[in-house]
Design a protein around this ligand. Structure first.
Ligand code: C2E
Ligand code: MG
Ligand code: MG
Ligand code: MG
Length: 297
């Protein structure tokens, strides 16, 4: 019909769509090469104890240095890699690389940290739903722990609700196998989408990361404050640690610390760091507890 012909024509000649498809195709091919050549880089963002300022962990965040596009951020390629399945080898590389990096931190910082009462640094790794569903995933985690030699407790997997929403047997079995292995399991971006507190009793969750969108409104709305405080209290009762994401202002940190939220992450403390910068950050933050907060606080 004229209508469908018109539609087809509209699709065919729409330049932005065409350009989008070309870029997508190109990105996909480059992604394959990048995976084969391990051309990705991991950056590490500090996670700190809000009361003392002590460094507790780093979150590994992947970047893709690209000839023409510069440093490509994960929002531009993770979804694509999930669709194509490329996230499986890419995610395995991220896990192995992050565990190796953590082993390096442990080698030079664990003794100094123990002397001031701090446990070995943890490393948090993001895991996508497609990657978690892959039959080889648990073995990849086990392999990353074994090869790096880090204690399983030093590795934390950050999962989004999209993993937990599929309450099938495989998800349950794998979650419990990982729990028994000793790795930490965090729910990322908590509070967005359909994430539910019932996950906390269904799965061996050790950490809950409250999404930045809740932290943004902390000082502005009494409701937002009550919500974050309530989530923090419930989590604490269940023995689940809370990390507040995207802290940018000192007043947000102070409100969170006052309500008893234990951990935080955000530009206020540090942006994602290169491996070298992360090592310097560790050296600067291995001092006795209570001596980490800045002047005037
Ligand atoms: P995420 O796991 O929720 O990571 C937090 C994101 O917020 C990071 O963006 C981080 O750089 C950014 N961020 C941290 N603090 C602040 C702040 O104070 N203000 C603002 N505005 N942003 C802040 P990034 O590195 O671009 O990563 C985006 C998302 O990509 C991540 O969200 C995660 O879902 C995904 N991702 C990153 N690396 C990996 C990976 O290795 N594997 C998988 N599957 N996903 C990854
Ligand atoms: Mg994350
Ligand atoms: Mg997050
Ligand atoms: Mg996020």
């Amino acid at each position: 019909s004229a209508k469908s012909a018109g539609k087809r024509q509209w699709c065919h000649y729409q330049p932005s769509l065409q350009a989008g498809l070309v870029a997508r195709h190109e990105l996909n091919e480059n992604l394959d090469t990048a995976i084969a050549e391990s051309a990705f880089r991991l950056y590490y963002q500090p996670i700190v104890d809000l009361a003392s300022g002590a460094l507790v962990a780093f979150e590994a965040l992947v970047r893709w240095p690209h000839d023409r596009r510069g440093m490509v951020l994960p929002d531009e390629f993770i979804a694509l890699a999930e669709e194509s399945g490329q996230i499986v080898p890419l995610g395995a590389w991220v896990l192995e690389r992050a565990a190796q990096e953590a082993a390096g931190w442990h080698a030079f910082s664990s003794a100094a940290r123990a002397a001031v009462g701090l446990p070995p640094l943890r490393v948090n790794v993001n895991v996508s739903a497609r990657q978690f569903r892959d039959a080889g995933f648990v073995d990849v985690v086990r392999g990353a722990v074994r090869t790096s030699g880090i204690p399983a407790e030093s590795l934390v997997l950050e999962l989004t609700e999209s993993v937990l929403m599929r309450r099938d047997d495989r998800v349950h079995t794998d979650m419990h196998t990982l729990g028994e292995l000793g790795v930490g399991i965090a729910i990322d971006d908590f509070g967005t989408g359909y994430s539910s507190l019932s996950y906390l009793r269904e799965f061996p969750i050790s950490i809950l990361k409250i999404d930045k969108s809740f932290i943004d409104g902390l000082g502005l709305s009494q409701q937002q404050y009550a919500l974050v405080e309530g989530i923090t209290r419930i989590a604490d009762t269940l023995g689940v640690q809370v990390i507040a994401e995207g802290i940018e202002h000192p007043d947000q940190r102070d409100l969170l610390a006052a309500m008893g939220c234990p951990l935080g992450q955000g530009y206020l403390f540090a942006h994602p760091l290169t491996p070298d910068q992360a090592r310097t950050f560790i050296e600067q933050h291995t001092t006795p507890l209570g001596e980490h907060t800045g002047p005037g606080s």
